[in-house]
Design a protein around this ligand. Structure first.
Ligand code: GTQ
Length: 349
């Protein structure tokens, strides 16, 4: 091939497809065809803004209770699948969410897995989860942690159905192919501690002398709503709300001062009635659950009107605003601690 012909071919791009086909047989591919998709000026996510209204999903949750028991299902959960990620059991690109129903008298048997889980209680009172030898009876608005590789079982000795939002790092653990899970013969674990033992140990900005953390997850597995709500009310009466997020607190591991869970950041915020938030965006796609009040989240121009027990998603880097018509209290979670640990997290406001 002469130099002149080579230059012409180069210009026209002929000969490339034959080359691609040739290297394809050896599991090789040309970067330049995909580079601009791989290394982008700003984030691109398959995750879409979406809201699950409680009134729409509650009949389906109830119906699931007539079709399968908690024992047979192991966990009777309606998975919240992001419309941009259907079939992948993902609420955002990195996290999983579902609505778990446990009926009076039921037990969801003990198991453990490397995935970490959070429970955020939406409906009912009196069901418990046992974790680390402590049986935690849950109320609406409580945030409960199931740390990685800790046995946990759930039960409902009350006389009403209970529903909570499960948030797990399933897609993150899947990315690393680091999944393990185990069952045990015992249906429910022996309880060695009273309900508020860990709260007494770690819930007062103190810790037992001699305590050394064995993992990054908070040794305090239960953050009762009563306390969180009281804190937000105090902030509301004592300071101006932040222009984007109102009064917002992050749940912490009281021993390390870091995020309560190593892979999932968890937050609770109060938007005072009449609040009209300024636009905000961050690289952590965020799942919100409404505890009280109502308002509108506008994501990329799309208005999501929310009320109690609704769950909605704000995807990575899409600007969104939060407005409240009545005092609104929102729980939220995202992969922020993972992004921060990897020097990836960014926000703009
Ligand atoms: O409660 O252990 O929503 O293992 C998904 C997987 C809940 C649980 C889910 C689980 C659990």
């Amino acid at each position: 091939m002469t130099k002149a012909v080579a230059a012409e071919e180069l210009q026209a791009g002929t000969g490339r497809s034959a080359f691609y086909a040739k290297i394809d047989t050896g599991n090789c591919a040309p970067l330049w065809e995909v580079l601009s998709d791989l290394v982008r000026p700003t984030p691109k996510t398959p995750c879409l803004p979406y809201i699950w209204h409680w009134n729409d999903v509650w009949p389906w949750i109830e119906e699931s209770g007539t079709l399968i028991s908690a024992a047979e299902a192991e966990r009777r959960v309606i998975v919240l699948e992001n419309p941009g990620l259907r079939g992948r059991s993902a609420v955002t690109h990195s996290l999983y969410a579902g609505l778990q129903l446990i009926l009076p008298g039921e037990i969801a048997p003990a198991h453990r897995h490397t995935q970490s889980a959070l429970r955020f209680i939406l409906h009912g009172a009196g069901a418990y989860t046992s974790v680390g030898g402590e049986r935690i009876t849950m109320q609406v608005g409580d945030f409960v942690i199931t740390p990685s590789w800790q046995f946990h079982d759930h039960g409902n000795p009350s006389d009403e159905p209970m529903v909570w939002l499960d948030g797990l790092d399933i897609p993150i653990v899947e990315l690393f192919d680091a999944q393990f899970m185990e069952r045990t013969d015992e249906q429910s674990q022996l309880t060695t501690h009273s309900e508020s033992h860990h709260l007494a140990q770690f819930g007062n900005t103190m810790k037992p002398v001699g305590f050394e953390p064995r993992s990054g997850t908070s040794p305090l597995c239960w953050y009762p709503y009563e306390r969180t709500r009281a804190a937000l009310e105090t902030l509301k009466s004592g300071e101006d709300p932040h222009p984007c997020w109102g009064h917002k607190l992050q749940y912490l591991n009281p021993v390390t001062g870091k995020s309560a869970m190593p892979t999932i950041g968890t937050f609770m915020q109060l938007l005072p009635a009449g609040f009209q938030g300024k636009p905000y965006r961050a690289t952590d796609s965020t799942v919100y659950a409404v505890v009280e009040g109502s308002g509108t989240c506008t994501v990329n121009g799309e208005a999501l009107a929310f009320g109690p027990r609704d769950v909605f998603v704000c995807p990575s880097w899409m600007p969104y605003t939060l407005d409240a018509s009545k005092d609104a209290i929102l729980f939220s979670f995202s992969d922020r601690p993972v992004q921060q640990a990897l020097d990836l997290w960014r926000e703009s406001l």
